[in-house]
Design a protein around this ligand. Structure first.
Ligand code: HEM
Length: 512
């Protein structure tokens, strides 16, 4: 039926309805704009000082092209930093697919997003692009669902306190077997990824996938699991940067298959844990795994297999790549600084060849400084995105001098550039870009200037675990090898996926 075929009174009535709808919609838009102006005025907001200098502002396509190029050339963090420098401001507004986004490396704004105005922001639909692999859990949910996850997990993490050093030693030995000591070059970064998937799966399921050893006959393939998991996560990282249109294409068959491989693998452990749960009488008793196991602690709280799978995979995502990235980047930096390696060896000599305990690790001061400095210079989670779930404000970035509050409308995204904040010369000094662990001997950064593990209610719950694991592996490598030499000609380069690792960490090692 077309408009012309309607009788005149019906056509008139329809036109009136359409007109009324247009008027209602227009007045709603105008009213909302008026309320927002009032809200912004009440909070002393000024327009964002620095606008990204788009050549074609409508879709921000020029910026998207530049981002793609920078990612391809492994210089994304440098590029973002450069754009802030050019703007002369650490808060900027940009266009992405015709949405106005705020990008900030300003500690005051970051504090507002993650602490003071915490309830005004959520994780910006993280579940949409990563949920296919890891499902719902502490990392992918917001509001009440997130509170529930965190309340369920946090106490049992406190009890676990730190990584199990004895367990890490087993996998460290597997790693050492793969390291040439005849001066041949080896890329440590992929080996650290294999190490941390082995330690994480032991911690989470009570049984490691042993990717450093290869598959055992008669057991489900841990190597296939690790491969499917890595590939599926790479797909997620691509999805996160795609246009909404491209995302409509949905998952490829291969991606669906990878997710299924991951889920089926985890399901086996969940089944075992649920069977154990039926025999559990509610009292403390030794677990069948013989040690703290995340899944068995969780099964005391819930028996829903989907919830269990989500939480376990959320934890694997949060803990595995991050710790491997810290190790890969730190060894890249150490290999370029034989003087620091020498001093680490002198420090570890106090252990007289014994494996360090948790307390001893804490006392290896230079080792602790090396980790802190790597987390600053090669920030593992360089960008954290949040979405405003209501009209709100950020304290800085507006007006002539960029010092006034700015208005953030409901639905607006904030890209918090943590890596750039950690490299700001006005915060860290003129040598901000230089990896210098000794700066930590006297340095006391402002509470919101240094956030490798974030801050506020969603602060990383695995910080202690990660520092213990990375510290232990480094201390044992320092005890084992007298020499570590870089085989990378150039400077550190990023490998950005959902986290930021070293593109390559080629080194040669000399046995002590
Ligand atoms: C060097 C290693 C690590 C770094 C740099 C790191 C950093 C971070 C950061 C920046 C966040 C906040 C992310 C966001 O909200 O968008 C986070 C959250 C989280 N991390 Fe870590 N992390 C590390 C290791 C670990 C480990 C080993 C575990 C667990 C075994 C872990 C568990 C978590 C969890 C569960 C969250 C989510 C917390 C929540 O949303 O309530 N992390 N981590």
């Amino acid at each position: 039926m077309s408009f012309e075929t309607l009788s005149p009174p019906r056509a008139q009535a329809l036109a009136l309805v359409v007109l009324a709808l247009v008027l209602i919609k227009t007045s709603q838009v105008l009213l909302r704009a008026h309320r927002r102006r009032q809200f912004a005025r009440q909070h002393g907001c000024e327009p964002v000082t620095a606008q990204y200098p788009h050549k074609f502002p409508y879709l921000g396509m020029d910026r998207i092209r530049e981002v793609r190029q920078a990612r391809k050339e492994h210089r994304m963090i440098k590029w973002v930093h450069q754009k802030f420098r050019e703007a002369g401001q650490y808060t900027q507004s940009i266009k992405i697919f015709n949405k106005t986004i705020i990008v900030t490396s300003e500690p005051a704004n970051i504090k507002a997003v993650f602490a003071t105005n915490f309830n005004d922001f959520d994780t910006a639909g993280r579940l949409d692009f990563i949920g296919q692999v890891i499902g719902k859990g502490i990392f992918t949910t917001d509001g009440e669902e997130w509170k529930h996850s965190r309340a369920m997990i946090r106490p049992n993490f406190v009890r676990a306190q730190v990584a199990n050093i004895d367990a890490i030693e087993v996998y460290l030995q597997d790693l050492l077997k793969l390291l040439p000591s005849d001066g041949t070059s080896v890329d440590l970064q992929p080996l650290f990824f294999a190490l941390t998937i082995d330690t994480s799966t032991e911690f989470l399921f009570g049984e490691s996938v042993h990717s450093l050893r290869g598959d055992e006959p008669g057991k489900p393939s841990g190597v296939a699991f690790a491969h499917a998991y890595d590939t599926a996560l790479q797909e997620c990282a691509i999805r996160a940067t795609q246009s909404p249109l491209a995302r409509l294409m949905g998952q490829s068959q291969q991606d669906k298959q990878n997710c299924k491989t991951v889920h089926d693998f985890v399901q086996r452990y969940i089944g075992e844990a649920l069977r154990w749960r039926q025999t559990w009488d509610g009292k403390e008793k030794a677990l069948p795994t013989g040690q703290y196991t995340f899944l068995y602690e969780l099964v005391k709280e819930t028996t829903d297999p989907i919830v269990l799978r989500g939480e376990v995979l959320n934890m694997l995502l949060a803990g595995r790549d991050t710790t491997a990235s810290l190790l890969g980047s730190m060894f890249f930096q150490l290999a370029k600084r034989p003087d620091v390696w020498e001093r680490l060896r002198a420090e570890a000599a106090e252990l007289h060849g014994a494996k360090p305990t948790f307390e001893e690790l804490k006392n290896l001061k230079l080792l602790q400084y090396c980790m802190k400095e790597t987390l600053r210079v090669n920030t593992i989670v360089p960008t954290i995105v949040r979405n405003a779930n209501k009209d709100t404000t950020l304290p800085s970035g507006g007006g002539k001098d960029g010092q006034s509050p700015i208005f953030v409308s409901a639905g607006q995204m904030i890209f918090c550039q943590m890596a750039v904040m950690h490299l700001r010369e006005d915060i860290w000094g003129p040598d901000a870009g230089v990896w210098n662990p000794d700066r930590w001997a006297t340095l006391r950064p402002g509470a919101w200037d240094y956030l490798p593990f974030l801050g506020g209610p969603r602060v990383c719950i695995g910080q202690q675990y990660a520092l213990t694991e990375a510290g232990y592996v480094t201390a044992r490598m320092v005890q084992t090898f007298s020499g570590l030499t870089s085989r990378d000609a150039g400077p550190w380069q990023e490998k950005l996926t959902l986290t930021c690792a070293s593109k390559e960490t080629n080194v040669s090692l000399t046995l002590a």
